[in-house]
Design a protein around this ligand. Structure first.
Ligand SMILES: Nc1nc2c(c(=O)[nH]1)N[C@H]1C(S)=C(S)[C@@H](COP(=O)(O)OP(=O)(O)OC[C@H]3O[C@@H](n4cnc5c(=O)[nH]c(N)nc54)[C@H](O)[C@@H]3O)O[C@H]1N2
Ligand SMILES: Nc1nc2c(c(=O)[nH]1)N[C@H]1C(S)=C(S)[C@@H](COP(=O)(O)OP(=O)(O)OC[C@H]3O[C@@H](n4cnc5c(=O)[nH]c(N)nc54)[C@H](O)[C@@H]3O)O[C@H]1N2
Ligand code: SF4
Ligand SMILES: [Mo]
Length: 703
């Protein structure tokens, strides 16, 4: 073989999900030959999932947007970057001059969190735009974790993750990491890690209305009623307290509020909650005792416990359970990572109790970290008055399919005076834009994971240069953001993401090891910085460095939880089922569906229900049914599945590519249906403003 024919190897981290798997990409003449796991990556150690292989498909996808596009009466017109920026600058400045800075909103989607340049330049863009109308997918996702961390530890980024490779007992509530690969717990290869816990004599217990792929790997599974998790957590805490098994462990001298927690949970006994939770009092006690007795244990709760009406309470109680069982900040428990680019250390110390959140204009929902809940974005566009959103930037987001009440938002976007989308596709959201700005993605970008190293189960650092140049006129997201800042009047500078990364590494916790961009470039597989270590004392951001075990914000929300013990029978009559979502191993959210190799694995999008429920309603497997909710309806095939709890139905999230005007031909050929045509933007966790997808009341009508 000549040199030109020999495939070359490129090493990088996959940036699709939070697992940050190391990839070995063989390529020749600008084309991918293979994408395999990088066994030398110190973080993922040879794990990848099927989605990584599709990175090559996104690169060559003919449906990618290649040049800036401008909406005209005759369809999309390709335009140059200068023209696009000039027009955006004129329109946005005119709207802000006439209607105020807040009349231009921003929605940021999930891929921004997986992109070095976006993570570093978005704060600058937001500052330039100067609008308080900021939204993101965080409020359809992990916002309760941030609110709990902020209240208890002084900073929303102070999220302790399960020390999964050393724990003796992992209690998983409302997460399916065997499919999702872990979230707010970056841990590639979750199935093997779960098996390893059991293999070393430990236990994995899963709490989920569905006997999930994760539950099938676990030691034990309990089918909980949707949205009953906060009740269960209260009863677990109650049992440990009543048994006299409280042990604050190594952080005992740092904990405030234990007596308040004790008093606030006094009446949530296992007997009191068992009926609403759907797990017997004896089982709840047994679970609490096993958790408290394990040499080390950690409770991990995620989407199922955060995107629901009690998301804030769930995340608070999860941390509280870890603290009172002596499992906080210790090996095998819940621990703070120490990432090389350390965002947490930059957060100024402040008193969480003194932080008064701003309120959104229309519904008065709480803001968090400069953003309002996406559940009220449609209200802010549709409701007349000062501060109404008239123009919108969507950056790497598809809220028409991802936000609660997505169909209402779809209608609202059509009413905007002006919209700009920074994206890679023409999809359900970006089709509403006046100007679409095409970004690079995947193999075309430079990557260092700014966010998810902060939530990783091992400390490592890795920089991946771009493999391929863009195939069209696409620009990097950070370059687009710079163009937008310039057209809005900001002074131009020549800073690159690499400049900012290098400076942060040199000032970070591993500066004494000489960590810098050059050091990362010399280690293309990544650098191992070791297992998690106890470090809470140094990382807490409360002014006094103490842990607030029972912040008033949460304690004051408990009466609402108590009221839920007596279920609402009127809703039950009209909408007898509770809807929950799920993820599929072959797809990521709404946007990977144009890769045919991933579509093949997905199959039809169905509504899963228990065979007993199906029999009662006369529904056969595969039969079309209409699922009805207060705010919408969907027609899709039924899938009978004994793994789902009776009274509960499940629909995969992220689908519904059947709307006109989308440019993703393969996705449109296998469109599925959008679960967010059924979810309701009025259903939120009022404490945090997070979307309450789980537990949406629905009815089923067979055809
Ligand atoms: N019912 C229900 N709804 C849910 C969920 C659920 O479980 N159930 N999950 C929620 C969760 S956890 C999340 S994170 C949100 C996700 O919500 P969103 O972030 O709104 O949705 P995504 O599908 O991630 O959309 C990503 C968008 O970015 C574009 N894109 C992809 N890569 C790039 C890139 O490199 N640059 C740019 N500029 N654009 C890019 C895609 O084309 C797509 O338009 O959905 C939430 N919605
Ligand atoms: N393959 C794949 N992986 C992904 C993604 C993807 O789209 N596809 N998306 C990524 C993103 S953005 C995120 S945020 C993560 C999310 O990762 P996870 O948090 O693991 O989210 P899900 O897989 O949606 O699992 C949520 C689980 O909660 C259960 N559940 C629903 N309602 C309730 C309830 O009321 N109580 C309890 N206890 N459980 C309930 C559901 O049945 C489901 O099993 O996954 C990431 N990884
Ligand atoms: S698990 Fe996530 S990071 Fe790993 S290969 Fe799959 S999509 Fe990429
Ligand atoms: Mo997410």
């Amino acid at each position: 073989m000549t040199a030109a024919q020999t495939p070359q190897k490129h090493y990088r981290s996959c940036n699709i999900c939070e697992a940050m798997c190391g990839l070995e990409v063989s390529h020749r003449d600008g084309a991918v030959v293979s994408i395999r796991p990088d066994r030398q990556d110190p973080f993922s150690r040879g794990h990848i999932c099927p989605k990584a292989v599709a990175l090559q498909d996104f690169h060559i996808d003919e449906d990618r947007v290649r040049t800036p596009l401008r909406r005209t009466a005759d369809g999309w017109q390709p335009i140059g970057w200068e023209q696009a920026f000039t027009e955006i600058g004129q329109r946005v400045r005119a709207i802000q001059q006439q209607h105020g800075a807040d009349s231009v909103g921003v929605y940021l989607g999930n891929p921004n969190a997986h992109n070095l340049g976006s993570a570093l330049f978005l704060p600058r863009f937001q500052k330039t735009l100067g609008s308080r109308n900021r939204y993101s997918s965080a409020s359809a996702d992990q916002l309760p974790h941030h609110v709990a961390a902020s209240q208890m530890f002084g900073a929303g980024l102070a999220i302790a993750v399960p020390d999964i490779d050393r724990t003796d007992f992992l209690l998983i509530i409302g997460a399916n990491p065997a499919v999702s690969n872990g979230s707010l717990m970056s841990a590639p290869g979750m199935p093997a890690r779960l098996k390893a816990i059991i293999g070393r004599g430990g236990r994995v217990v899963v709490i989920d209305p569905r006997r999930t792929e994760t539950a099938k790997l676990a030691s034990e599974h309990f089918a909980i009623r949707p949205e009953a998790d906060a009740l269960l957590l209260c009863a677990l805490i109650r049992t440990i307290i009543d048994d006299g098994r409280v042990d604050l462990g190594d952080v005992a001298d740092m904990v405030d509020g234990y007596a308040t927690l004790d008093a606030a949970t006094a009446d949530f006994t296992p007997e009191r909650v068992a009926g609403a939770v759907g797990i017997s009092a004896a089982d709840i006690r047994r679970l609490a005792r096993a958790f408290a007795a394990a040499p080390s244990a950690v409770c991990y709760s995620r989407m199922g416990a955060s995107t629901q009406s009690f998301g804030g309470l769930c995340q608070w109680l999860t941390v509280a359970l870890n603290v009172i069982s002596g499992n906080f900040d210790r090996a095998g428990g819940a621990m703070f990572p120490l990432p090389a680019l350390d965002l947490l250390a930059r957060v100024p110390r402040s008193d969480p109790a003194l932080r008064k959140p701003p309120r959104s204009r229309v519904r008065g929902l709480p803001g968090y970290s400069g953003e309002f809940p996406v559940a009220t974005l449609a209200d802010e566009i549709l409701t007349e008055g000062d501060g109404r959103i008239r123009a919108l930037f969507t950056i790497a987001g598809n809220p028409v399919l991802s936000a609660p009440g997505g169909d209402r938002l779809d209608g609202a976007l059509a009413r905007l005076d002006f919209m700009v989308a920074v994206d890679i596709y023409l999809n359900e959201t970006t089709r509403h834009a006046d100007i679409v700005l095409p970004a690079t993605t995947g193999l075309e970008i430079a990557q260092y994971d700014v966010y998810f190293n902060s939530f990783a189960v091992r400390n490592t650092a890795k920089y991946s240069p771009p493999l391929f140049a863009a195939r069209g006129a696409q620009r990097h997201d950070w370059q687009i953001l710079k163009g937008l800042m310039a057209c809005l009047g900001a002074a131009e500078d020549s800073t690159t993401p690499e400049d900012l990364l290098d400076a942060a590494l040199r000032a970070g916790p591993y500066k004494d090891l000489g960590l810098s961009l050059d050091a990362l470039l010399a280690h293309p597989h990544g650098i191992d910085l070791g297992p998690l270590r106890p470090c809470a004392r140094a990382r807490l951001r409360t002014p006094d460095g103490r842990i607030r075990l029972a912040p008033a914000l949460f304690v004051d929300d408990l009466p609402r939880l108590r009221a839920a013990l007596d279920a609402d029978s009127a809703t039950r009559r009209d909408y007898p089922f509770r809807l929950i979502g799920r993820r599929l191993i072959w797809n990521h959210n709404t946007w990977t569906h144009n890769a045919r190799r991933l579509l093949k694995g997905a199959g039809p999008i169905t509504v899963q229900l228990h065979p007993d429920d199906a029999r009662r309603l006369g529904i056969a497997d595969g039969q079309l049914v209409t699922v009805r909710a207060r705010s919408g309806r969907l027609r899709l095939p039924a899938e009978l599945d004994g793994d789902i709890a009776p009274g509960v139905v499940s629909i995969a999230q992220g689908w519904g590519h059947d709307r006109p005007g989308i440019g993703m031909r393969h996705a449109a050929a296998q469109p599925g249906a959008s679960i967010n045509s059924l979810t309701d933007d009025a259903r939120i966790d009022p404490l945090t403003g997070n979307a309450a997808f789980n537990g949406t009341p629905v009815a089923l009508d067979p055809d």
